[in-house]
Every structure is written in C-alpha cells, then in structure tokens.
Design a binder for this molecule. Structure first.
Ligand SMILES: Cc1cc2nc3c(=O)[nH]c(=O)nc-3n(C[C@H](O)[C@H](O)[C@H](O)COP(=O)(O)OP(=O)(O)OC[C@H]3O[C@@H](n4cnc5c(N)ncnc54)[C@H](O)[C@@H]3O)c2cc1C
Ligand SMILES: NC(=O)c1ccc[n+]([C@@H]2O[C@H](COP(=O)([O-])OP(=O)(O)OC[C@H]3O[C@@H](n4cnc5c(N)ncnc54)[C@H](O)[C@@H]3O)[C@@H](O)[C@H]2O)c1
Length: 453
C-alpha cells in the first residue's frame, strides 16, 4: 500500500487540502497541535469580525463577548475534527516535524510528538505544509514584564481592560483598536510607520486614523517606542520624543512570522523571515529553481498573501496539481480588506511606483448626498485607481462605506487586466457607491488621450 498524503497544520489552507484530497478518495493523515481549522475560525478572522460587528452595532462588551464566543464555536474544534474523520482522514493531535522529506522514490517521514510526550512517525507519500504564522513581540525593553496580549489572547479574553495600548498599525492593530474602543476600553495606538496600513497609500491610512480618532482612539504615528516602565496606576510606554503613554495592557500587533522554526525543513526551501518558497503550483522550490519532490506549502507560511481567501486559493491550486488538473495560482486580484468602520479595500499594486493614478472623493457621489439629506451623515472616504503604461488597471485602494463589498469589482478588474476603455464603458447602478469608480477612470483616460496627442 502506498504511503498516505500528510498535511501538516490544519489551518485555512491545510484543512481545505486534507478535505478535498480525502473527498477525491485519497488516504490522508492530518497533523495538528492546536485547533482543527487553525486560527481563522476560533482565534482570528471570525471572532475579530464578530467583535467588530458587535462594536459597530453598539452592543455591550458582555453581549459582544457572548456573540464572539458563539461565532468561534467556543474554541471547540470537536465538530470540525469529526467532519474530517467522517471523510476518512486520520487526525494526529501533536506537533509535527519533518524527519525525512519525501523523495522521488521514497516516502518522507514525519515525527509527531503528542502532548503526553509520546511520539509516532508516519510515512508521507506527499507532504503539504500549512503551519501558518504567529505573532512576534517588538523588541521594546521592559515590554516582557508588562501584561500583553497577542491578537489570539485578546480574541479569547473574558475581561475588557480599562486602558489598552495597541502596538502596530496594520490590520490587526486598527481592527482591534476600533473594536475595543467602541466596546468601552480607552485605546491608544502607536504605529512606527508614517501612517496606518503602511503598505497602502498614505491618504487611506490618514482617513482611517481620522475615523479612529473620531471614535476616541489616541493615535500616534511615525513614532519609536523606547521602553516600558511600571507606573503608579499601571504601565507606561516611553516614546522617543519623550511622550509617556499610560495603559493597563499592551496588545501586540506588530506583525506575524511564518511558523517554520523546528519544522525540520532544509534551509534551501526557506526564504527571508523563514517563509517556505513555492512556485506557481505551490510546490516547494529552492532559490535556484530546484523543485522539492512531492512537497507543497499553503497559507501564511508561504508569506505571499496572508489571508484566509489566499490560503484557500493555494489549497485549490495544490489539490488541482495533485489530482492532475493543475492550474497556476494567481495573486493579482487578492483583496486586502480591513473591516473597520469605514472599511478599507485594496487590491494589486497601490505603491504608485511606475503607474499613474487618479482619486475620487466618496462624498461626491449621489449616494453620499442621499445619506446626508436622509440621515444627516457626513461621508468620508474615497477611491484611487492605478493604471500601467498600457492603460490596464493594476491596482486600487478604497476606504469608505461598504468598500469591502463594492471593491470586489476592482479586484476582478485587476485580475482580468481590464483596461481603461472597457472599465469606462461599463455601466454601474445609480445611486450606488460603485459610481465613485467612473470619475477617476475618466480622468486617467483623459490624461491618456492627452499623452497620445
Ligand atoms: C486577528 C486576525 C484577524 C484576521 N482576520 C482575517 C480576515 O478577516 N480575513 C482574512 O482573510 N484573513 C484574516 N486573518 C489572516 C488569517 O487568519 C490567516 O491568513 C489564515 O488563518 C492563514 O491560514 P493558514 O492556512 O496559514 O493556517 P493557520 O490558520 O495559521 O493555522 C496553522 C495551523 O497549523 C498548526 N501548526 C503549526 N505548526 C505545527 C506543527 N509543527 N505541527 C502540527 N501543527 C502545527 C497550528 O496549530 C495552526 O492550527 C486574520 C489574522 C489575524 C491574526
Ligand atoms: N481583515 C483582514 O484580512 C486581516 C485582519 C487582521 C489581520 N490580518 C492579517 O494578519 C497578519 C498580521 O497583521 P498585523 O497587523 O499584525 O501585521 P502587519 O505586518 O500587517 O502590520 C504591522 C504594523 O506594525 C508596525 N510596527 C512594526 N513594529 C512596530 C513597533 N515596534 N511599534 C509600533 N509599530 C510597529 C508596522 O509599521 C506595520 O504597519 C497580516 O498579514 C494581515 O494580512 C488580516
């Protein structure tokens, strides 16, 4: 009998691979040392979105916590594990380590260490790596003595601290800051980068900072944290400019790194920060192009696009490759959504390097005027579109009401490499937020025509 397929890590990517391979009739062993399903359903996306929705709807902390715990299945993975077992998958609940990588004519060997210290070694006909990523604490002297939360700990917490200091300015930081502030904490956010969401255009981060400040969050950007000390009423963060910020607890949101330490992988498969290098079929490869036989990787560990929807795309790519209907992964249209109020939606190349862009204010579409007259609301936000020399849409950044929904059009347009001509002639419903997409297209088209003259 040939050796089974072994999937190491059952997060968004690994679980989908295991499930689809088993459904295709293959023999699958799944190795997981945490919760079956990984972080997303229990300790990341789902509870984070649940708590944000509750905060946006004005629920109390106690009510929001109850809704969060229901949404996260009370961090109980029994049903998820049983559903996989029903497909014939063997689940080994322990920490996996690669003892021998699969070869062209010999199976690999994975050693699993169980919580009681016992071990079992399983053969792997092929190996799919999906160990995910984990949060890293920034190197601020004194921080290790203070009470801290990673996002996982925050999203499983029973208590709401009176004051929280969020370190970081990415998706975890801004979503957590808004949720905790709206639920009753006094939140301070300290971002080292020049603006929030440092990978996106500055105006997006600045608009978001304005929204957080309007909620009461104290936002500091472009700062260096020097040290943490104890104070009479809690803890203090000292900034380089001498400012001292008091808090009861720190939330560490300064990024995550791939979980490849101790995994037993040869260094030649790893790239910077320990991510596993993969090709377009998610096969593990070395820098010189050597392909590891029968070894694949999916999810955050690849360091390509650290989202559940990207992990799922990679999982489908791996399954397709294994089942002989292979197709390259394509990350060009992977959405980068942040579920704050207002939400953010970015896709493709928004760096502004080598592209032309035009921006439009959401307040200038009819939908905004309607909300202003009917509900007395002031609309903030906008959309910026980026095109290459050939007039093809290569990136988009949006922040504003429901941007996480209407941005999907831009994501598909980037993926399909639609050009200004087609996008300008496309008809969008009146009066919707999508109408904000046409004016920047027309502006860019006008500029293209001017250049052609
Ligand atoms: C607070 C927060 C909110 C987020 N919100 C969103 C969102 O709204 N939308 C979105 O798309 N993405 C979101 N993300 C990102 C998303 O959670 C990740 O991209 C996704 O979970 C990655 O899945 P993965 O397949 O890499 O596996 P992971 O979910 O990282 O799971 C990996 C699993 O492997 C196990 N494992 C690791 N090493 C071993 C080993 N040696 N042996 C056995 N098991 C091992 C771990 O226990 C874990 O269960 C969020 C992340 C965070 C932190
Ligand atoms: N809505 C979503 O899809 C969603 C939500 C949450 C998280 N995620 C994913 O989770 C991953 C982790 O998110 P994240 O926000 O932790 O990381 P991140 O890498 O996106 O952002 C980290 C931020 O912390 C800042 N920073 C770094 N060191 C600092 C320091 N010492 N002091 C202050 N600021 C510092 C950086 O400037 C950066 O802006 C991301 O890959 C993200 O895609 C996605």
């Amino acid at each position: 009998m040939s050796a089974p397929d072994v999937v190491l890590g059952s997060g968004s990517g690994g679980k989908m691979v295991a499930q689809q391979l088993a459904e295709a009739g293959r023999s699958v062993v799944l190795v997981e040392d945490g919760l079956v399903g990984g972080y997303c359903p229990y300790l990341a996306c789902v509870p984070a979105k649940s708590i944000l929705l509750s905060a946006h709807h004005g629920l109390s902390w106690v009510a929001a916590r109850a809704v969060r715990d229901d949404a996260a299945a009370h961090r109980d993975d029994a049903a998820a594990a049983q559903a996989l077992r029903d497909l014939g998958i063997r689940i080994l609940r322990g920490r996996g380590r690669v003892v021998a990588e699969p070869g062209t004519d010999a199976p690999g060997r994975i050693e699993v260490t169980f919580p009681d210290g016992g071990t079992e070694t399983v053969e792997a006909g092929l190996l799919v790596l999906g160990p995910g990523s984990h949060a890293v604490a920034p190197p601020v002297p004194g921080l290790d003595e203070a009470p801290t939360w990673t996002s996982e700990e925050a999203l499983a917490a029973d208590e709401l601290p009176g004051r929280v200091l969020v370190l970081g300015g990415g998706a975890v930081a801004v979503e957590s800051a808004q949720a905790l502030q709206r639920l009753g904490s006094r939140v301070t956010l300290v971002q080292r980068g020049e603006h929030l969401l440092s990978g996106e255009p500055a105006w997006v981060g600045e608009t978001l900072a304005g929204a957080l400040r309007a909620d009461g969050v104290e936002v500091h950007v472009g700062t260096t944290s020097e040290r943490v000390t104890r104070a009479a009423d809690g803890w203090e963060l000292h900034l380089a400019d001498g400012t001292r910020l008091g808090t009861d607890r720190f939330l560490l949101a300064t990024g995550r790194v791939p979980s490849t330490d101790g995994l037993g992988l040869d260094d030649r498969w790893l790239r910077e920060k320990g991510a596993v290098r993969v090709d377009a079929r998610c096969r593990v490869v070395a820098e010189d192009g050597e392909v590891a036989p029968e070894m694949f990787a999916v999810g955050d560990v690849t360091g390509i696009a650290t989202y559940t929807h990207a992990a799922n795309h990679q999982a489908r790519t791996v399954v397709g490759e294994i089942l002989g209907r292979g197709r390259d992964a394509d990350y060009s249209g992977v959405p980068r959504a942040v579920y704050t109020s207002p939400p953010v939606f970015c896709v493709g190349d928004t760096s502004g390097e080598g592209t032309r862009s035009a921006r439009f204010d959401l307040a200038d579409v009819e939908r905004a005027a309607l909300l202003e007259t009917s509900q007395g609301r002031t609309i903030v936000g906008g959309v910026e579109l980026f095109v290459d020399d050939a007039g093809v849409l290569v990136g988009a950044a949006a922040i504003g009401e429901e941007a996480d929904a209407w941005g999907a059009e831009l994501s598909l347009a980037v993926r399909a490499r639609l050009d200004l001509d087609l996008l300008t002639h496309h008809v969008r419903a009146f009066p919707t937020w999508s109408e904000a997409i046409l004016p920047p297209l027309e502006e860019l088209r006008g500029r293209t025509a001017d250049q052609a003259r």
